[in-house]
Write a protein that binds this ligand. Sequence first.
Ligand code: KG4
Ligand code: ZN
Length: 336
Amino acid sequence: MIVLGIETSCDECSAAVVRDGHEIMSNVIATQIELHKPYQGVVPELASRLHTEWIQQVVEAALAQAGITRNDLDAVAVTSRPGLLGSLLVGVSFAKCYASALSIPFIGIDHIRAHLYASQIENPLEYPYLGVLVSGGHTVICRVEGYDDVTVLGTTIDDAIGEAFDKVAKFYDLGFPGGVVIDRLSQKGDPTAFLFPGPSLDESHRFDMSYSGLKTAVINQKDRFRRPDAEDTPENLAASFQRQAVGILMKRVRLALKETGLKRISAGGGVAANSLLRSELKALEKSGYTVTFPSLKLCTDNGAMVAGLGYRYLKDGITSDAHLSATARVTAFKKK
Ligand code: KG4
Ligand code: ZN
């Protein structure tokens, strides 16, 4: 079965064609990065306008690159939640019309589940596993028992991890998108030049995280945390911030592995492209865990993860009706 996946939840306008949930026939990502760069952040109104202008061409390019026509499609899957409402609405409206015109099913997809599914496309991992979803909007540690069966164990109580990367980079004018720039600068920095504090949350928040304290320390009080002999350079600052941002997450990941007894781990989302996080997760393999994450292109927002997950629902006979609309907020997750 061939599924068209459409992703417009934030600033990437993407469409992909995936066969049987794992064979990526095309994955076109039209990025708006250059257009949001002057503002050093995503401007929601601009993002939705650009999606409206681009979506048709992006879908046509995805079909052409896959070497198929629209009549070969078996379903259209689209991210319907969560994300920027205006951006989501463009994708959802387009997908609904497209599917209806072709008389094929339309499937609304949850963005968080799609990110978690991304590594399943390339490296299928047996359920259950510990899911680590880290992006610009979400920071979630969860127990994943099936493509739709996700129980949240811990989440951020304030900023998302990617948001912290982006805000630190914006404040120091390092470049956009912040995560990529900080990752690159960190390669040349001393991660112990600044010893930033981590959050101390009470027992009821055992698996939860907080990034606003770290962000504030880096932005407002960096000198307090600098080793006296260390230089105050962007590279040292980036490496020290990154070390603690990843450290906060890894501490909860280790605790969750210990307490759940899960032996497999899979990460997803834009921050799963981070080199330090990837190496720290990979290092868990020495302790007997199986670790997977998507290739870099499938970490950040893309249509292939939406099409791939769409296939799973389609195969199980689960489709959406024409009344489904976009929802900005996270909904429908089991809690531990
Ligand atoms: O998954 P994604 O494309 O969009 C959301 O669902 O939010 O993630 C975007 C986030 C941004 O915050 C970006 O700075 C971050 O992923 N990011 C990274 C890296 N590449 C992208 N953060 C740290 N290191 C990276 N290499
Ligand atoms: Zn995302």
